[in-house]
Design a protein around this ligand. Structure first.
Ligand code: SAH
Length: 205
């Protein structure tokens, strides 16, 4: 599959936000996948990036981005930088992206990619995303690219009043993408469909 075929497939799958489609068109996914995966760079599936982690499926990147853009965020936190691809897509759609990764080698690699691609509004951090980024909070939107059984409390605490959070919730056997918003002071959870993500893990390595 080439980039145009991927864009056509995403449109068929319901991705209609022009900002998301334009970002996927502009960002080279090849820049975020390993040498041996190059020929699959535009396949609509997750790919291994080492350390037992994966670059997310383009459709899932698009769904998560489209979901938060409906809420017009300016400042976004991503937990789980991984390859850096999701952060790169976000960087073309919002004013500022903060992204945190617990595996130092992946953090360093993504940071170098942001530099080469001159994505100056992406701010990479090495740390445990369970804690969010308290010093940079609040965020208009938080996007977590690894699953947990419950939304980490620290992340909800770092959302701006009209903020939203999107992440996979569940266990290895079954997970759903959930969009969390606040309505009249109460958390509101919307299910965006079944997904498969690696787990969020505590601590840094
Ligand atoms: N958004 C990434 C997807 C990476 S997979 C991309 O576009 O490529 C999920 C990532 O979350 C992995 O890199 C994993 O190391 C990271 N991760 C898992 N637990 C974490 C935590 N507690 N804090 C920060 N990153 C975490």
């Amino acid at each position: 599959m080439n980039k145009q075929q991927l864009l056509d497939e995403l449109t068929t799958q319901g991705i209609r936000d022009p900002r998301v489609l334009a970002a996927i068109k502009k960002v080279s996914r090849q820049s975020f996948v390993a040498e041996e995966e190059q020929r699959y760079a535009y396949a609509n599936n997750a790919l291994p990036i080492g350390y037992g982690q994966t670059i997310s499926q383009p459709y899932v990147v698009a769904v998560m981005t489209q979901a938060i853009l409906k809420h017009h965020p300016k400042k976004v936190l991503e937990v789980g930088t991984g390859s850096g691809y999701q952060a790169a897509i976000l960087s073309l759609c919002v004013e500022a992206v903060y992204t945190v990764e617990r595996i130092k080698a992946l953090y360093e690699q993504a940071k170098a990619r942001f530099h080469v691609l001159q994505l100056e509004n992406v701010h990479p951090f090495y740390g445990d995303g369970y804690e969010g980024l308290a010093a940079q909070a609040p965020f208009d939107a938080i996007l977590v690219t690894a699953r947990t059984e419950e939304v980490p409390k620290a992340l909800l605490a770092q959302l701006a009043p009209q903020g939203c959070l999107v992440m996979p919730i569940g266990d290895e056997a079954s997970q759903e993408l959930v969009l969390v918003t606040q309505q009249n002071g109460q958390w509101h959870y919307q299910n965006l469909g079944a997904v498969v993500f690696v787990p969020l893990q505590p601590g840094i390595i």
